[in-house]
Each structure stands twice: as C-alpha cells, then as structure tokens.
Design a protein around this ligand. Sequence first.
Ligand SMILES: C[S@@+](CC[C@H](N)C(=O)[O-])C[C@H]1O[C@@H](n2cnc3c(N)ncnc32)[C@H](O)[C@@H]1O
Length: 243
Amino acid sequence: MKRDMKRYNRVARFYDMVESLMELTNFRRWRRTLFNFIEKEGENLLVLEIGAGTGKNLPFYPDFSFVAVDISEKMLKRAVEKNKRYGKRVDFVIGDAEKLPFRDEAFDVVFSTFVFCSVDNPVNGLKEAYRVLKKGGKAYFLEHMLPENRVIQPFFHLLNPLTRLFGPEINRRTDENIKKAGFRILKQYFLLGSVFRLIVADKAFDSGDKTFHQLMKHSEPSDGSESRRFDLQHLLPLRLTVF
Ligand SMILES: C[S@@+](CC[C@H](N)C(=O)[O-])C[C@H]1O[C@@H](n2cnc3c(N)ncnc32)[C@H](O)[C@@H]1O
C-alpha cells in the first residue's frame, strides 16, 4: 500500500475539521478563483480533478463533466457522500496520480488543489497529468510550496518532517516540478507571499503537430457532434474502482 494512501485514509475523518480555519479565511476564496478560470475554458468540457480528497471543490464545479480521482478510498468516500448534496456530474475513481488509469489526451482540463505536496513522486504525477491532458489544454494547480524568501525557507525545511507525518511536504518546488513534467507555465499568482500559488499552465501545441493544423482549420469537434458525451468506460481502459 502506498504511503499516501495510508496517511490520508488515516486522516480522512478529521480532514475537513482540521482545515476549516484556512478554508474559511483563504482556501474557499482561492478555489472560487480557480473555478472562475476553468469555467471560461469552454462549454461542455471534460475535466479531471487529481487528488479530489473529501470533495471540497464540489460546490464550485461548474456544469461540466468531471472525473475525480484520489488514492485514498476513505477520502473519496466522503466526496461521494458530499456529492449527494451537490448533485454534480462526477465519476469518482480510486487511482494513483502517478499512474492515472486514463488514456492519453482524454481531458480538456486537468486541475489539482493542494495535492502535489503529497504525491510521493510529484514529477511522475505531473507527467501523468500532462499525458492525459489534450494538446492545447489548460492545467490549473492551486498548491503550496517552498516560498521564495530565503530567510524563511529554513523554517519550511525544518518543519517538513513533522508535516509529512500527517500529509504534505511543505518544502517542494512545485512550480519547477510542473515545468519538469513538460507543462508551460502561463501565469503564476502568488498567494500569502509565495507560499501558496495558483499556477495556470498548458500543454503547448507543437507547431509541427498535425493536430495543431487540423484544429486551426476546424474548431468544431472532429466527430461533428454538437454536444459531446463522455463515456467513462472509454476513458478507463484499466481495471479500477469507480463509485
Ligand atoms: C491535502 S489533500 C487535498 C484534497 C483536496 N484536493 C482539497 O483541496 O481539499 C491531498 C489529497 O491528495 C491525495 N493524494 C495523495 N497522493 C496521491 C496520489 N499518488 N494519487 C492520487 N491522490 C493522491 C490524498 O489522498 C488527498 O486526498
């Protein structure tokens, strides 16, 4: 069993309560901002949330189709329960960010909130996010990381072993990891100094790419359908648990 699965299964019961103060003071506002961006990405999109946890983003999901993946069954079960209240169009999937059970370029948008501080190998996870995102698609990351201020950096290194006991690493350079995975960072919003950041990235077209030229010619979906439907089975070639 992966370490993250164990950790988050352990804290699932208390997770919302422990985070409630930050949620009220800042997180909720930042989540709303992230979804304001995502909402403007188009219509009828298929969006992947990586590390959906207890479903704190559900209230903000716009009217798109979502797939919410998390490694911790106990966290995700809470999200499933929450969604009975919100009734959003979501397929909940237990899966590992480092080995996403989806085909290449399956999603129009991918995003995560406070996840790549926890994934064991964040670059592997981000590479997977890159793989399943369509060319030209956007990725949004609301994440905390090592601040840029060199005076306070040592505190983050010092505290890191403690925070890792119950979840995240607080001294990761997620902005660098995002680039290492292949993404192009378009914008980076600094929140509370530079500890938290909302990063907008994309999977750039390669100008020699056939798809690029096709899309330039035809902006409509290639199958000609007006409204695109998403068949989860088509997306999920591997065996996994879907709630
Ligand atoms: C700090 S919580 C954030 C949850 C949620 N995104 C939020 O904003 O409240 C981190 C989440 O990432 C999940 N996670 C950690 N490693 C993962 C992995 N390798 N694959 C999928 N999910 C993972 C954890 O189970 C947990 O639910």
